[in-house]
Design a protein around this ligand. Structure first.
Ligand code: HEC
Length: 112
């Protein structure tokens, strides 16, 4: 429930700033840019391909292992927990950036 409420708050904030029609896709686009810049060294970050680091799960499969809304919390806390220690750098993101990352992850984890 908490994740849902957080999402609802995020949406309300975005709705003030941007036209409703474009909000989710532009958020996902920003998220895509963030993960391409920060995560693509190790993870496959699109709908295709293998991770450069074989131990790092492709992002399009994260939805099978996690509820993506829970991942939102993990990102907010600085994503290290359960993360194979030294292999995975410590990231700290702004709440708005986390919303964008989650939007993007939802997009590539969604079955078409
Ligand atoms: C330097 C390499 C590297 C980078 C850069 C990196 N990761 Fe990872 N990540 C890993 C590895 C390796 C694992 C697997 C760790 C394990 O299973 O022990 C992993 C696992 C994960 C997992 C799954 C956690 C779990 O417990 O199974 C998530 C989610 C994740 N990374 C998110 C991210 C995000 C988001 C970014 C960019 C902001 C990122 N990673 C950048 C190496 C990296």
């Amino acid at each position: 429930m908490r994740a849902l409420r957080l999402l609802a708050v995020g949406f309300a904030g975005l709705a003030l700033a941007t036209p409703v029609a474009s909000q989710s896709s532009s958020s996902a686009k920003r998220g895509e840019a963030i993960v391409k810049a920060n995560c693509a060294d190790c993870h496959a970050v699109t709908r295709v391909g293998d991770s450069p680091n074989a131990k790092a799960p492709p992002f399009r499969t994260l939805g099978q292992r996690y509820k993506l809304d829970d991942l939102q919390e993990a990102l907010a806390e600085g994503i290290v927990v359960g993360h194979g220690g030294a292999d995975m750098p410590h990231f700290v993101f702004e709440p708005a950036e986390i919303d964008d990352i989650i939007s993007y992850l939802k997009q590539i984890n969604r079955k078409r």
